[in-house]
Design a protein around this ligand. Sequence first.
Ligand code: ADP
Ligand code: MG
Length: 495
Amino acid sequence: MSVTASPPAVRSFCITRSAKIVSRPRVVMAVRSNTISAASILTKLQKDCATPLPVLRHVSDAMADDMRAGLATEDGSDLKMILSYVDALPTGNEKGLFYALDLGGTNFRVLRVQLGGKEERVISTEFEQVSIPPELMFGTSEELFDFIASGLAKFAQKEGGKFHLQQGRTRETGFTFSFPVKQTSIDSGILIKWTKGFAVSGTAGKDVVACLNEAMKRQELDMRVSALVNDAVGTLAGARYWDDDVMVAVILGTGTNACYVERIDAIPKLQGPSSKSGRTIVNTEWGAFSNGLPLTEFDREMDAESINPHEQIFEKTISGMYLGEIVRRVLLRMAEGAELFGHSVPEELLMPFALRTPDICAMQQDTSKDLEEVGLILYDVVGVNSCTNARKVVIDVCDTIAKRGGRLAGAGIVGILQKMEHNSKGLIFGKRTVVAMDGGLYEHYPQYRRYLQEAVTELLGPEISRNIVIEHSKDGSGIGAALLAATNSKYGHDF
Ligand code: ADP
Ligand code: MG
């Protein structure tokens, strides 16, 4: 690294967004070398991240091929193509009180819903969100599940008003667990591995429903898990409740995943009894896709230093946990090698994950001439003093990374649609098809969303893409898990 430590420097100026950082002392590192220009680093970055149509086409074709390989045999592909055991989607007839618990990556949410059948639909919902203390991401399985179960218990205690459980019943919950799980039935599944920065000991290889049940028992919470689903599956179920044309669901949040409705006879690896409907939801675990992605030295370095090197490469290129970090690495290179922010590099810029995706998103929303907001964010978050020209370069870096992510996500979606259409001609491209989207990245990053849509339109052409509706299904996964708890209730759901 081309930096040397210099004595701590105190900055006197105080443009701030929040009181807590008023003229806080910052340690800076002096830049030693200045051999390349920021413009040349940017040009190379843009070249390495470029996603022209042939690259997109390669990605969507490879996605479809990898899906087929993953359906053919266990471990036949980067894509696990996990069977969800969800072969009955909500119909609208579901009635009663159901809970859902959603463990994502950044937050966990608890939710209850009172369902009133076809006429009344969703009578009432309530939810709470708790952020996951970082230390629990590296703790033991018991600690994490105790934290979750106690959050759920506290929430359940506040039940009242329009929510009521039918007499003689035990409360039932759907459990949205957004990590790769080998599902063994609708209400059990073995954790394959943690992703998204989690490294909890003692869970891999265990049934996560059993882990939750044991924790609920320790919390003296009388509740039963009747459906274990992944966030993508939950989103598909939640969106399908309102719209029969929903065939695919995609999550773009801390991590990423996608699932879709597949024909049983297109799953050669499936053994045992097949579903009544002849269809099932397949969870692709597409975050593990890696074929033909345009990667840069920054991606490779981030991957090498991650807790899961060589894994989840698609996720590391397109999802919220990583976009800000890739940008930080580029800016650090520009600061060290090209003095983008003057003669010194603030220590904060050296900190992995100091710049988050919401920060780069916020910077991209600044349309002012001097990019004042960009300057404030750079100062607040990574301790950088910047001139307008440097801010422009920063915006270009953010845009390059968001554009690549959004366009590759779009190509992945087209890969899924192509695979479905190839199996059943006319199923997708001959009629209206809805792709339900959820996750904080998709919800809050307008440029990313636009790039994603553009790639889908480019790949499919204007005619076919008019029939493909890519739609935000807000918090669909929570409601979806509760709906699947209802569909899979031990009390049945036809009342
Ligand atoms: P999870 O994936 O943990 O279930 P969310 O779906 O809420 O949770 O996604 C949270 C992620 O979304 C954050 O980690 C972040 O990467 C991304 N995100 C949140 N807010 C924004 C924003 N304003 N702009 C861009 N990305 C955002
Ligand atoms: Mg989530």
